[in-house]
Write a protein that binds this ligand. Structure first.
Ligand SMILES: O=S(=O)(c1cccs1)N(Cc1ccc(F)cc1)Cc1ncn[nH]1
Ligand SMILES: [Mn+2]
Ligand SMILES: [Mn+2]
Ligand SMILES: [Mn+2]
Length: 367
C-alpha cells in the first residue's frame, strides 16, 4: 500500500502514513577507513535483519521529528509567546506520534533556549517571554517509540547577521557526524568539531568575533528511556580516549558561541529527570510519595518539566519536587548559560552505529 499524504497542518499520525510498518531510513553513511568490509559482510547484514523492529521504532520517531519541525519552522515568528511555541510543538508531537503512555510520546522538555542561554531552558507556567526579531532560538525537542529516543535540534534566527554563527554549528555538527564511527575515539571527534567551529568569524552589531565551540557542552550516547547514557562526545580537543562501539546511539550536537565558550548553570530550573540508577526508595512524606508515583507512571526515567506536570493535572508540587531532588531520586537540570549578551547556536542529530553502516536517523531535507 502507498503511504498517504500528510495534511497541512499535520494531523495524521505518522504510523497511519506508513501502513506497511516500514518507516523511511535516515541518511546512510559508510564508515570511514578500514571498516568498508562491514558494507558487504553477510554476517553483519543478517544481524541487521534481526534488528529491524528496533530500526522501525526509532525511524518512526525520526519521521515524527521531521514532520513536526517542518511545520514549526513556518509557524515561529517574532511576537509569539515562548509558551505558545512550545505547546504548539508538543501538541503536534502528541498527535503525530499517536501518544500512548510510556510506549510512544515526547521524550524530554521542548528546549527553546534564547541567545546566551545554550540549553535546557523551557518556559515554566505563567512565563511571559515573547520571541523577538533579534533572538537566536535553539529548538531542541525529543520524540520516542518504546523508549528509543530521537534527540535533534536546530537554531532559528530572523536577523541574517546571525547566519554565519548558525552555519558554524551546522557545519561542525556535520563534521562530527562524518568523523563518528565504530572504534573512533570520542576525543578525535571533538578536535575535528572544534577545528571547523573556530574557522568561522562573525560580525554582530558591528563587532567581530571568532566563533568558539562551547568546551563544557557535549554530545552523548543514548539508551532506552535514557537520554544521556554513559558516553559524552566532546566538542573541543582533549584527551578523551573512549571509543564509539557498534550498536550505540549517539546525539551529535555542537554549540557555536560569541561569548566565553563556557556555560554555567543559571536562571530558574524547568527540567527534571529521575536518576536512572536509583531504585525504589521508601518515602514517608505523602506528597513526595504521591508525586514520585506520578513521575514513575507518566515519565519513568524520561526528562520532564514543570509544564508537563501542569499538563497531567499536578498542582502545588514544588515542595514535593524539592524533597525528591534533595533525596537524590530526581535531578534538576538547570539552564546552561554563556555570558549575558553573547549568542549561542546549536545543531544536533541522532545517529545509530549499525553493523554495516552509520545511519543519521534524524536527517531531513532541512538540515
Ligand atoms: O547536557 S546533557 O544533560 C548531557 C549529559 C551528558 C552529556 S550531554 N543533555 C542530556 C539531556 C538532558 C535533559 C534533557 F531534557 C534532554 C537532554 C544533552 C542535551 N540536552 C538537550 N539535548 N541534548
Ligand atoms: Mn537535544
Ligand atoms: Mn542531546
Ligand atoms: Mn515503598
Amino acid at each position: 500500500k502507498e503511504p498517504l499524504e500528510q495534511t497541512d497542518p499535520s494531523s495524521i499520525p505518522v504510523k497511519d502514513l506508513f501502513p506497511s510498518g516500514d518507516f523511511p531510513e535516515g541518511e546512510v553513511q559508510e564508515y570511514k577507513n578500514d571498516n568498508l568490509w562491514r558494507t558487504t559482510s553477510e554476517e553483519k547484514r543478517e544481524q541487521e535483519r534481526l534488528e529491524k523492529p528496533l530500526y522501525n521504532d526509532v525511524r518512526q520517531a525520526a519521521e515524527v521529528h521531521r514532520q513536526v519541525r517542518k511545520y514549526i519552522r513556518k509557524y515561529v515568528k517574532p511576537g509569539l509567546a515562548m509558551v505558545d511555541i512550545c505547546e504548539t510543538l508538543e501538541n503536534m508531537v502528541r498527535k503525530l506520534i499517536a501518544e500512548n503512555g510510556l510506549r510512544a510520546g515526547i521524550a524530554f522538555p521542548t528546549g527553546c533556549s534564547l541567545n546566551w542561554v545554550a540549553a535546557h531552558w523551557t518556559p515554566n507556567g505563567g512565563d511571559k517571554t515573547v520571541l523577538q526579531y533579534d533572538d537566536v532560538m535553539k529548538l531542541d525537542f525529543g520524540t520516542h517509540i518504546e523508549g528509543r529516543i530521537i534527540d535533534c535540534a536546530f537554531t532559528v534566527a530572523f536577523n541574517p547577521m546571525f547566519d554565519p554563527l548558525l552555519e558554524a554549528s551546522r557545519e561542525a555538527t556535520n563534521t562530527g557526524i562524518r568523523e563518528a564511527g565504530i572504534d573512533v575515539r570520542l576525543g578525535d571527534i571533538g578536535a575535528a568539531i572544534q577545528e571547523v567551529m573556530e574557522s568561522y568569524e562573525v560580525e554582530i552589531n558591528g563587532k567581530n568575533f571568532q566563533v568558539k565551540s562551547v568546551r563544557n557542552l557535549n554530545g552523548h550516547s543514548i539508551g532506552p528511556y535514557q537520554i544521556h547514557a554513559s558516553k559524552s562526545v566532546p566538542i573541543v580537543k582533549g584527551g578523551e580516549q573512549t571509543k564509539m562501539e557498534e550498536g550505540e546511539f549517539f546525539a551529535i550536537e555542537t554549540f557555536a558561541s560569541t561569548g566565553k565558550g563556557y556555560v554555567r548553570e543559571d536562571l530558574e530550573c524547568s527540567h527534571y529527570m529521575k536518576n536512572f540508577d536509583v531504585g525504589h526508595v521508601p518515602l514517608r512524606l505523602p506528597r513526595a510519595k504521591q508525586l514520585l508515583a506520578t513521575i514513575d507512571k507518566k515519565f519513568s526515567t524520561l526528562a520532564f518539566c514543570r509544564r508537563y506536570l501542569d499538563h497531567i493535572g499536578e498542582t502545588k508540587y514544588l515542595m514535593a519536587l524539592k524533597n525528591l531532588c534533595d533525596a537524590g531520586i530526581v535531578q534538576r537540570i538547570p539552564p546552561l548559560c554563556d555570558i549575558k549578551g553573547s549568542y549561542v547556536a546549536q545543531f544536533e542529530h541522532t545517529i545509530y552505529l549499525r553493523p554495516t553502516c552509520k545511519e543519521v536517523l534524524s536527517r531531513g531535507d532541512d538540515f
